[in-house]
Design a protein around this ligand. Structure first.
Ligand code: TYD
Length: 153
């Protein structure tokens, strides 16, 4: 099954929204297979946000991501990358649809609660950036038969 990276950003943690956001992914049926709290560094953010390095807000973005710890999560499920991305909503939270995470908890482009991988290819690269193999926990999901068709597992 597909895996994707979610970063609960510093604002999510500071505002006490981590449990709420994690709960949304759980209720959707996604499986949490790795999780850790870390402080991100300038070096890793240069790589993670390399596609934005020429944007005027690049330093603000990095400063915001280093302002407090973040929670890194790997979620697994059928079509997990797109499902999680859709649940997060538009990057500019002022345009995010209500019912999405950003649409319910933010109006900011920068302080938009979560990072989510944008493609299966980037999910694999990003997961390797933040997790090592021993960070993953493999456990049975007895309810999978009630969540998925046989060809979705
Ligand atoms: P991006 O990778 O374009 O979006 P997403 O997080 O939805 O995959 O942008 C990365 C982060 O850069 C975004 O989550 C917040 C920040 N950002 C700004 O601060 N201002 C902006 O105008 C944009 C587009 C992004």
């Amino acid at each position: 099954m597909e895996r994707t990276l979610v970063i609960l950003k510093p604002g999510c943690l500071q505002r006490g929204l981590a449990g709420e956001v994690i709960s949304r992914f759980e209720k959707r049926g996604l499986k949490l297979v790795a999780m850790k709290m870390v402080r991100l560094t300038d070096e890793v953010l240069d790589v993670h946000y390399a596609h934005l390095k020429d944007k005027p807000f690049f330093q603000w973005l990095k400063d915001g991501m280093m302002a407090a710890p973040v929670i890194l999560c790997c979620w697994e499920g059928h079509c997990a990358v797109q499902v999680v991305r859709d649940m997060a909503g538009a990057t500019r939270a002022s345009k995010a649809v209500p019912g999405t995470i950003r649409g319910d908890y933010s109006t900011s482009a920068q302080e938009n609660i979560v990072h989510t991988s944008d493609s299966p290819e980037n999910a694999a690269i990003e997961l390797e950036r933040f997790f090592v193999e021993s960070d993953y926990c493999f456990y049975d999901s007895p309810l999978d038969a009630f969540k998925y068709a046989p060809d979705e597992i």
